[in-house]
Design a protein around this ligand. Sequence first.
Ligand code: PHE
Ligand code: NA
Length: 502
Amino acid sequence: GRVQREQFAGRWMFIMAAIGSAVGLGNIWRFPYIAYENGGGAFVIPYLVALLSAGIPLLFFDYAIGHRFRGSPPLAFRRLHKSTEALGWFQVMVCVIIGIYYAAIIGWAISYTWFSVSEAWGDDPNGFFFGQYLNMAEDVTPTLQIVPGVFWPMLAVWILLLIILGMGVRRGIAMASIIGIPVLVVMFLVLVVIALTLDGATSGLEALFTPNWEALTHPGVWVAAYGQIFFSLSVGFGIMITYSSYLKRRTNLTGSGLVVGFSNSGFEVLAGIGVFSALGFMAQASGVGITDVVDAGIGLAFIAFPALISEAPGGLGPLIGVLFFGSLVFAGFTSLVSILEVVISAVKDKTGLSRWTVVLTVGTACAIASLLLLGTTTGLPMLDTTDAFTNNVGIVGGALVSVIIVAWIVRRLRPLVDHLNAVSSFRLGPVYKVLIAVVMPVVLGYMVIAYLVERVQEGYGGYPDWYVNTFGWGMMAMLVVVAVVLSFVPWARNSALHVEDN
Ligand code: PHE
Ligand code: NA
């Protein structure tokens, strides 16, 4: 090879960028209600089991592929074995879809940071969110009716994102995390301290941490734990493959993985404490039980929190709002950078075009799709449906197929483990191979099948069948087809495959 791949300035830059990717919306609003709904304090057991048996092993697996084969997912898989390139493109396509809707949530959080100052939702956060803010259409059929209040913040997100991606690995991606993560940690710590001082905080914490041991007998609780770990660690969809392809040859991979994994979980527990202290206050202030104020999903951030902000004592409301929504913006943005970088990196590797050219073409195309699908009166059902299918089918299914192919079909697990051990401090033995080759296929297979059966039987979210068939199942099928087609497109003569070191 003649050309050197872009590189992080050092291992700590990589760790910061990886933490920036991992710590996201999933930590702040997803983890707290998932833990609460699935056994409270008892959830710690399935959670730790999922982290140690699947999350961290898969994190190492992604690192090994990216670092050994030095490429975005299509390039890395192509070098792993000629016939597996499509697997890489599938991960890229999943990132396209996630990027398209993830940007919308960050746009909403920007709006709500601003709304917090004046408590713009008045005394009806629910009506405000769906009506005044999202201006939701009655029907789910996609419209091209732009909602300006959503569109403009989303556009700002995309412009900043494309600039950062255009600036490259060191000056753009690493910088975003080096600035974003400390700001996030400080804002969130202040928020947690304030929340802990609110009346009723302890009852919120009790609600979150009181163990319901009986929950451990439900398979759904274990599936929820594995699902949370995959989403939260950003494993299985090419992000960690891409980032580790930017590492120097000799880098302690497993050691870095442990730092990233435990930082991410630490932030989840912190978020659980902050969010449930606040909810405890909220329940007490409105004289209801905790269950009445816990909302799953986006409602927790965009309806329950606004209500709480309005009730907070002594003018603390706006401050709590700015800290909470500001945290969502910072946490979400560094994750979004990592999602889109997979796409940019893959196209750049395959075509040999310059980074800026790819950002301005492919990145702009993603931005337009995002603005037109999510910045309109039909954005919410779109977000909801694509999120459910990409997370539960795309990521988990993609990870399932890759572990089976790598471990059993092309049989390359051994060299990957040897590679990890050759460069790392924390050595992996036979247990690791069993986890990847046997435990993973069983766990992931069960998750995908259980989810698919449920979707076939119940549809999704109460949406009409045609809608779920198009944007849920249809979209998944389309991703597979596009991935296979792209894998047959020849690599450009000056592509990374031909000019970069392996
Ligand atoms: N890991 C992120 C979180 O916990 C979510 C994420 C999803 C990041 C997809 C990147 C890609 O919120
Ligand atoms: Na996370």
